[in-house]
Design a protein around this ligand. Sequence first.
Ligand code: GUN
Ligand code: ZN
Length: 427
Amino acid sequence: MQQLIRGRVLSFYADPHDTQDNHRYFENGAVLIGDGRIQAVDDYAKLARPDLAEIDHRPHLILPGFIDTHIHFPQVQVIASWGAQLLDWLNTYTFPEESRFGQQGHAPAMADAFLNLLTDHGTTTAVAFCSVHPESAEALFSAAHARNMAMIAGKVMMDRNAPPEVLDTPRQGYDDSKALIDRWHGTGRQRYAITPRFAITSTPDQMEMTGQLAREHPDCHVQTHLSENLDEIEFTLGLYPQARDYLDIYETYGLLSDRLLLGHSIHLRPREIARMAETGSRAVFCPTSNLFLGSGLFDEAGLRAAGITSGIATDVGGGTSYSMLQTLNEGYKILQLRGQKLTPLSAFHWITRGNALALGMADQIGTLDPGSMADLVVLDSRATPAMALRMARAETLEQELFILQIMGDDRSIRQTYVAGRPMKPTG
Ligand code: GUN
Ligand code: ZN
């Protein structure tokens, strides 16, 4: 069945860093969807037909759904835990909480809550770390599959430096990951990400098994953490004394490729930057988390100049908001501190097409190109009295986008469509 979604429509076809000719905007536009996919985007008058069902979102903005390229599913009850930097935060709050995901019934309940939170915040695809327990990934994939929502996820592999309830072994981690890949990778819109948590929590034996999995499944993403915090880097290099630097550990086990997503990537050495660029490995900027945990300031312009593609992400529960708009807000401020700028067009490109490119999935998500899945977000730039007052002075689309980028959150999300289906109550 076809449907027409009416409103002001914006999507990107090029990176605003590269060219001024980067987006299409229809003031009186519409998106034609059918079978869960985008069929056309144009002026409303060109697409309207008497037989078509219509949903009218005027005067709101319709964009591709947001993509979050790094988030921790088992940290829904860790977000906003006080007072610690990375390693203490993991030991004090995070590992104990993640241990609950081995208990019967907990992961399925949390998976539904987690997906509701994502779509309430306008996010239609996420790349998620699950807990060590295969049940956690199983629960997330089943809930996402039931909604036809594209998730990229994996159970973390970790076999040291954490409580026994959240540890596996090299063999168990490999076998559980393999079984999840067989069951979920390519099932509907689900994709598997091979997930060694980070070098601190994996022995060399486990890293070896991770490399084997990555070789056996070259079309799976691999996700981990890199150089988030100075104490973390020091501890890591002590555990792998042969490594030339932190990235070298992942390199040694054959993980570097354009499918590798390296959360944080803040305190990098020149050799690491060069190798990431040569291998196409992705950096993932997590602004609210980097400020909350006091980790450091991501060098967006430096990595881009080196030829590295970066994603942007919430990193809940180190991150403090599920909102990609709030993520852009804090990202803007971090780049200010570095003397760099995040323009509104670059910002909205990043959380849609940019993140899709970072994932190698821009043919399916992140744009409104015909054939893409109909994952959409509908944004209200006047969602709060403060926004409405500020909007009264906005004269251009870019000014409006910047107000959303700085002041927006879940209150600005009027509707979220996943494969053409509204995720919030209608009417
Ligand atoms: N490094 C290893 N695990 C984690 C995690 O759960 N959150 C963050 N922010 N960094 C990590
Ligand atoms: Zn993380």
